[in-house]
Write a protein that binds this ligand. Structure first.
Ligand SMILES: [Zn+2]
Length: 72
């Protein structure tokens, strides 16, 4: 349970337990996630207020990534 705070977005498929990785952009754009393991489609109806929040998180992550690239 120690890896819960992993930075990568992901979840385990409820059907086949495949570790599904997805980008927040995908979630915002498609409102659904497909499991690469069993092709289960999961609808993710993200409320608008959560969406704007996710977009802020994504922007922050982008800035961190850019800053990290500059420092390297
Ligand atoms: Zn699956």
């Amino acid at each position: 349970m120690k890896n819960q705070n992993n930075q990568k977005s992901g979840m385990n498929c409820p059907r086949c337990s495949f570790k599904i990785k997805f980008q927040i952009q995908d979630l915002l754009a498609k409102n659904s996630i497909n499991c690469p393991g069993c092709l289960l489609k999961m609808d993710m109806n993200v409320p608008n207020e959560i969406k704007s929040h996710l977009q802020e998180i994504q922007m922050a992550q982008d800035m961190v990534t850019k800053a990290r690239n500059v420092n390297m």
